[in-house]
Design a protein around this ligand. Structure first.
Ligand SMILES: Cc1ncc(C[n+]2csc(CCOP(=O)(O)OP(=O)(O)O)c2C)c(N)n1
Ligand SMILES: [Mg+2]
Length: 589
């Protein structure tokens, strides 16, 4: 039986139960696409064509984040590969397992490039943003390399991998198809648990502490360990904080939950005498595990659980490290604390932190309850959250528009919050929302996006309309790169530079691409517009004109900015160089 390299690749992907491949075709891929055209249904694989490869990578990323399974994206040789890279970085930064497939020119024309059209060293292109990559030099290597791709993407701390597939390998044929064995025969389906004696020690430390706190990174989501983590917190009366990317590990209206931010999560982190860090590395957005977000190590013990020993003690010294899967390790830890003691009563410190959190929450609600117009960005966050179901999948994108959604746009379920946290990658939001809706058609999916961020991948509205994925994108429209303007406002006494752009009718762009669109300028119009968007059954854009002055200064921007720009104080400026505040505000058309 003659079989092509493209068909072997398709069969290997089907063997991994791949449902979707996101990407854009190129001629080098035609043989593979012809297999999908003829046999895609039988193999259970649907190809999703996007309008830019970066969006395809973001969609694969969203698929992985919402399902827990690797997402697949594909691009053609040269420009397709380069465009994919932009999206792969966002997945890499947040340790999301995606498999990146690029076509390559013929094996005899590559590495080195000899002047072939679209020639590119794609291995080197991806090296810094994938865990592993390789070239399939011959057809018979395809199964082995696909095995390695999935094995590595899912091993330990997950992440992207890349396969480069030369056109003669994809078009070429063999007479005897190589054997394709089931995944459980080539990669482990279970993860290791930490050493039992150490688990006992940790149980004792937690029980003897005054005020324990559990800090969850996204490793908890990948390990499906949210439920057991909450049970452990309840037994210990421990506060639970999360990295921004791990929102949803605990429902944010749970009495023990403290959402991220210096005035909420970090307040509790600053009171705890012991911290159990699970599946995270205390990076930038965790305030590095240092003051002012945390206590110094002498006053606060740190126990770290991570699947990867490479993550232990990365940014903060540990008192004890448990290397193992978050779920099984927490399960053993929970039985150990239960065996040793009945539930621990809440400490006075916990109650104090809960009161502070409540006061802060109330202060946010007070701002959001004002009826002032133009619409305050916090009011928008609240109106939107109040409108949608508790289990909606929430995507966020932008600058200050994201900061406003930290407290009043609560997240209640694991794998329901899509945010390119460690890359801060503008443009992820729309592709995330489309892929989330495609993958979870029965759940509501909404996006709150800055207007700057939305424009990075606005072309995907056509994809949304074509796929019939009725997600709802809400744009917090301040006609500028508000976060950068906000920092310029703080640093340069209102001297703004290159942060404003002209007004665009995003609603009309949406309609032109076959979606629903409305522009909203009044508070009382927000929810009716969302209602009409749902009724339309179309992908929708609600373009909300917000208060651009208020958007300059969300809570925490000054503090977060000072951590980001540590050591970067601007030099003094001569009096005569200080410009007047400039604005290029353009009236909505
Ligand atoms: C791809 C990319 N380019 C540039 C930046 C730098 N950046 C961070 S926030 C921001 C402004 C975002 O503006 P917008 O999406 O309108 O949100 P706003 O802050 O106005 O609410 C920019 C340009 C980035 N994070 N990502
Ligand atoms: Mg903006």
């Amino acid at each position: 039986m003659t079989i092509s390299g493209g068909e072997i690749l398709a069969r290997c992907l089907a063997n991994e139960q791949v449902e979707y491949i996101f990407g854009i075709i190129g001629d080098q891929w035609n043989s593979f696409f012809d297999v999908l055209a003829r046999k895609g249904d039988k193999l259970g694989i649907e190809f999703v064509t996007t309008r830019h490869e970066a969006a395809a990578a973001h969609m694969a990323d969203a698929y992985a984040r919402t399902t827990g399974k690797p997402g697949i994206c594909l691009g053609t040789v040269g420009p397709g590969a380069v465009n994919l890279a932009g999206g792969v970085y966002a997945a890499y930064a947040d340790s999301v397992p995606i498999v990146v497939l690029t076509a390559q020119n013929q094996t005899w024309r590559i590495y080195p490039d000899t002047g072939m059209t679209q020639g590119l060293d794609q291995i080197r292109l991806f090296t810094s943003i994938v865990k592993w990559n390789a070239i399939a030099w011959s057809i018979d290597r395809i199964p082995q390399l696909v095995q390695q791709a999935f094995r590595t993407a899912l091993a330990g701390r997950p992440g992207p991998v890349h396969l480069d597939l030369p056109s003669n390998v994809l078009y070429g044929t063999v007479e005897t198809p190589p054997q394709i064995i089931p995944p459980e025969k080539y990669r482990s389906t279970t993860q290791p648990t930490a050493y039992p004696t150490l688990i006992g020690q940790v149980a004792q430390m937690l029980l003897e502490s005054e005020f324990p706190l559990i800090h969850a990174g996204s490793g908890v989501l990948w390990a499906e360990a949210s439920e057991v983590l909450v049970e452990l917190a309840e037994h210990l009366s421990a506060a639970v904080t999360v990295s921004p990317t791990a929102r949803g590990v605990i429902p944010e209206d749970h009495p023990l939950a403290f959402e991220p931010g210096l005035q909420c999560g970090a307040f509790a982190q600053n009171c705890a005498d012991i911290v159990l860090l699970v599946g995270g590395r205390l990076g930038d957005l965790d305030f590095w595990g240092k003051p002012p977000g945390w206590k110094v190590p002498e006053q606060q013990k740190l126990v770290q659980i991570d699947i990867s020993s490479e993550m232990i003690g990365v940014n903060r010294e540990v008192d004890l490290a448990l290397v193992g899967d978050a779920k099984s390790t927490l399960q053993f830890l929970l039985s150990e604390v239960r065996r040793r003691s009945k539930a621990k009563p809440p400490s006075t410190l916990l109650t104090q932190c809960q009161n502070t959190r409540q006061m802060f929450y109330q202060s946010q609600l007070d701002i959001a309850s004002q009826d002032t117009e133009p619409i305050h960005p916090l009011r928008l966050a609240k109106e939107v959250r109040d409108f949608f179901d508790r289990d909606a999948i929430v995507c966020v994108d932008g600058g200050n528009s994201i900061l406003w959604t930290l407290h009043l746009n609560r997240i209640y379920k694991p794998r329901s919050y899509l945010y390119a946290c460690d890359s801060g990658h503008l443009g992820v939001g729309l592709p995330y929302a489309i892929a989330a809706k495609k993958t979870h058609p029965n759940r509501q999916v909404y996006l709150i996006s800055g207007d700057g961020a939305f424009m990075f991948n606005i072309q995907e509205l056509e994809t949304a309309a074509r796929l019939n994925t009725p997600m709802i994108a809400i744009i917090a429209n301040d006609r500028r790169y508000g976060m950068i303007a906000g920092v310029q406002h703080l640093l340069f006494e209102d001297r703004y530079y290159q942060v404003d752009f002209t007004d665009v009718r995003y609603d009309k762009v949406a309609i032109a691409m076959g979606c629903f669109g409305e522009r909203v300028t009044k508070i009382k119009e927000i929810q009716p517009a969302l209602e009409r968007a749902i009724k339309s059954k179309l992908p929708a854009v609600i373009d909300v004109i917000i208060d651009r002055e208020a958007n300059l200064n969300p809570p925490e921007l000054a503090l977060i900015g000072s951590i980001w720009l540590e050591g970067c104080t601007p030099p003094p400026v001569e009096e005569d160089e200080k410009k007047e505040k400039k604005t290029t505000e353009v009236v909505a058309n």
